[in-house]
Design a protein around this ligand. Structure first.
Ligand SMILES: *[C@@H]1O[C@H](CO)[C@@H](O)[C@H](O)[C@H]1NC(C)=O
Ligand SMILES: *[C@@H]1O[C@H](CO)[C@@H](O)[C@H](O)[C@H]1NC(C)=O
Ligand SMILES: *[C@@H]1O[C@H](CO)[C@@H](O)[C@H](O)[C@H]1NC(C)=O
Length: 311
């Protein structure tokens, strides 16, 4: 009798202990604080800090892209602040322009827009106001040199659609229109023209590219810029280190990186630094590993003599 009673007590104590442990674990694993800033940023820890509209306003956008509606420009009236902010709102809860505090956030906006500015500039040759003032001058490739249609089982070319360069970080080829369209849930394979008809969609496509690794084992441009990424031994041996340089590596690979101090690379860096100055951050804050002159590409271009890759 006494023995079975104490067994029951022992069992009860065990159950109580288990409950206490379970409760403790729940407290320990309590979710991080999330915040809600309305339409611009909600339901994420990244929304607790300042958001982009707190430190980047219309006049700054106008400063950065001051000649985009000049007579020589090719997308007059197309690009505006509102489209950028609407597109950014989708990525702020994921950390775009909201990671690491205001200083890092401003730098990330300058870095992303630096890429955009350099890829959409018409500021070559004689340009009043300096060549760097002509970002967002294009929204599509003017004289496509080829059809940009390649065999692809998943994203076959659609009759009548053309896949020349379009957007804020220009997209080329049917496969890229397909992948990015899936990423932003817009049917770009059937409607590549959306990227030159709707600036919000164009910025969304560019931000998706900035925020998303191309390859599961790789970081995104966002990751290498804000310090979310630790290089492996292979990366270090290939001179890939966190900073602005690696963002060029991820976005353009060996078209721009590992070629020394070539114009195509210097031009992207110049835009980034010009924007840092205009935003009041200052180019001396550009960060370590600014260039990718000696970096081996994360994803080397397949040499034409080798068998073609499957995609
Ligand atoms: C918020 O800002 C602080 C510095 O102001 C920073 O340390 C922190 O990492 C930021 N939070 C997030 C989620 O990035
Ligand atoms: C542009 O695209 C956005 C996002 O998909 C949409 O909300 C907006 O209505 C479009 N604007 C125009 C003018 O079609
Ligand atoms: C490191 O690089 C070598 C040669 O390029 C490659 O074979 C290997 O798979 C890489 N290792 C990792 C962990 O990526």
């Amino acid at each position: 009798m006494g023995r079975s009673k104490s067994w029951i007590w022992a069992a009860l104590v065990v159950v109580m202990l288990l409950l206490v442990v379970a409760e403790g674990k729940k407290i320990f694993e309590k979710k991080e604080k999330v915040c809600d800033k309305g339409w611009e940023c909600k339901n994420s820890k990244f929304c607790c800090n300042e958001t982009i509209t707190d430190f980047f306003q219309v006049y700054q956008f106008e400063n950065l892209f001051s000649k985009r509606n000049a007579p020589v420009a090719h997308a007059v009236g197309f690009w505006d602040y509102q489209s950028f902010i609407l597109a950014a709102a989708q990525y702020e809860p994921l950390g775009f322009g909201t990671t690491g505090g205001k200083h890092m956030a401003m730098k990330e906006v300058a870095a992303f827009l630096g890429h955009v500015g350099s890829k959409t500039s018409c500021g070559y040759g004689v340009a009043t106001g300096g060549p760097l003032a002509y970002g967002l001058c294009y929204n599509h490739e003017m004289s496509p040199s080829q059809s940009y249609c390649a065999d692809d089982l998943k994203y076959p070319c659609v009759d009548g659609a053309e896949y020349y360069g379009r957007g804020a970080l220009p997209v080329y080829w049917n496969s890229n229109y397909g992948i990015i369209g899936d990423g932003i849930k817009v049917d770009l394979l059937n409607h590549p023209e959306y990227l030159e008809q709707n600036a919000t969609i164009a910025f969304k496509a560019a931000l998706w590219r900035w925020m998303t690794p191309l390859n599961k084992k790789q970081p995104s441009a966002h990751d290498v810029f804000v310090g979310n990424w630790k290089p492996t031994k292979n990366d270090t041996l290939s001179k890939r280190l966190p900073g602005f340089g690696a963002t060029m590596n991820l976005l353009y690979g060996d078209l721009v990186c590992g070629q020394g101090f070539v114009d195509s690379m210097n031009n992207v860096i110049s835009h980034y630094q010009y924007y840092l100055d205009l935003m009041g951050v200052g180019r001396e804050q550009s960060g370590d590993n600014l260039d990718c002159a000696e970096q081996v590409a994360f994803n080397p271009t397949v040499a034409p003599t080798q068998p073609a890759a499957t995609s």
